[in-house]
Design a protein around this ligand. Sequence first.
Ligand code: ADP
Ligand code: MG
Length: 595
Amino acid sequence: TETTETFEFQVEARRLLQMMVHSIYSNKDVFLRELVSNASDALDKLRLQALRDDSLDADISDLHIDIEADKETRTLTVRDNGIGMSRDEVVELIGTIANSGTAQFLEKLSDAQQAKDAGESGDSPAAEELIGQFGIGFYSGFMVADEVTLVTRRAGEKQGTRWKSAGEGSYTIETLQDAPQGTAVTLHLKPVDTEDRLYDYTSPWKIREIVKRYSDFITWPIRMAAEPVDVPAGQEADGEEGETGQSGEDEATEAAAREPETLNSRKALWARPRSEVSEEEYHELYKHLSHDWNDPLETIRLAAEGTFEYQALLFIPSQAPHDLFQQGAKRGVHLYVKRVFIMDDCEALLPPYLRFVKGVVDAQDLSLNVSREILQQDRQIQLMHRRLAKKVLSTVKEMRTAAPERYATFWREFGSVLKEGLLSDFENRETLLEVASFASTHDKDEPTTLAQYVERMKEGQEHIYYVTGDSRSAVENSPHMEAFRAQGIEVLLLTDPVDEVWVEAVPDFGGKQLRSVSKGEVDLGTEEEKQERETEREERQREFADLLSWMTERLGEDLKEVRLSARLTDSPACIVSDTHDVTPALERMYRAMGQ
Ligand code: ADP
Ligand code: MG
């Protein structure tokens, strides 16, 4: 006897569902991509688990995805015989939204909606872009369905589970004694409404079109089951399999006479000659791998032959993920071994400061059982890691000259992460300094590269000057800037937290030292001018000697020395640190660490 339990959706899940039900996303076709993508993941997981665990009671001889449409009942089912889910997994994975970024997503989304409702940005794509940035997978089914049923059984387990919801406040869970292994998601489709882009998703040509467009490279067969239809004798269609018919009636007739049709070509893009792969195909693969709904900024291909053969297909996203600086966030590329999916979020293949890069690495000579620990230590993997990092950086370098706008986007989104590399990747430090750009007093909108700064340096200027701080306005108004402004000396405005640290670690750029405006003397001008200023200062120092020594005495507890300044023009006084003193921010950090 089976009991049906009712559960309430988590608050976030409910809000997200609401948004799907009253869909704001105009391209509703993507729900099928999401379901197929989940099915494909489930097949990957099952194959790998079966390869690693002989005792697993599961058949992996015919792994595939079936799509079944029923015009009568207006249902669409996506079925896989993959890993499946246990009852607890269903509750955890489907009933809640585990992703910590979701709350943030919803917040941003309602901001965007409000802006849109207020008519602030016309046909603002903000909401759609946000959906793309976060990816909401399974729930996208509710864009086209008024009820979703999921039947699943985890490989190796006896009992199955049925989950069912109308996408409102609650869902039900039922234990099943006789579910097939894997997962079937059945959508009860809303009525066709062209206005609202709710097409007839039971139409075979529509299904074929969507699968072709979004999921062609999926390595598992995606099959469309034939609908049973009574065909008058002698009228069986005799066309080639895979032919595209346009009318529903033709479809049904054809379908009745044949085996299920495989819709996707199943080709691994990274293994195909470059000339044969279109940009669109690359982009779809990127979207599948990254769960991003936007096109990537850059596609990078790389192949190595010889003793350690591999192919890599990497992507630079066009937007930083919301959790780029979050600890424990998923990152890294997908690792395949001879076309077999091994793991996603493989961090060992790229340095941490390139953690935003997505893609696939397919290695020929690794064991299917390779673990994350082994990967970290493997010498060949380390070589690959170096090569991939160099390739990504050289791509950015090319982008800077060949596509300045794209580079500007890149740097805006990922610059602050890349700068972490200045601290950890000594080998690529020069390249990183070359591709980096910074806000500067030279131009208030356009960032500058270090090379451009050096080109503009004044005669007699020996160093590259920078100021660090929490915000643009704070550093621009710093009293330390006055002397530089007065003398027309360009200063880099560094406001990322990481700036404070890398400027300490990087001694110079092309022989020019990096110097904080808040440290030591301003040494501008020719030798003669400097000499002149020095004499003048000494004179005035003598003039004010009594006052200064009195002040030094009174403030001695807190200060090393009170002296006349050559750096101020408007402010009466400022605090300066010695060239070798730690910066205030580092000082705070050291203190916090108990040093
Ligand atoms: P994502 O795929 O980004 O994790 P989804 O909302 O698409 O997010 O799916 C949530 C989770 O539900 C998946 O991570 C997976 O664990 C589980 N899931 C969804 N569909 C399937 C399926 N067909 N087979 C097994 N597990 C699935
Ligand atoms: Mg998914």
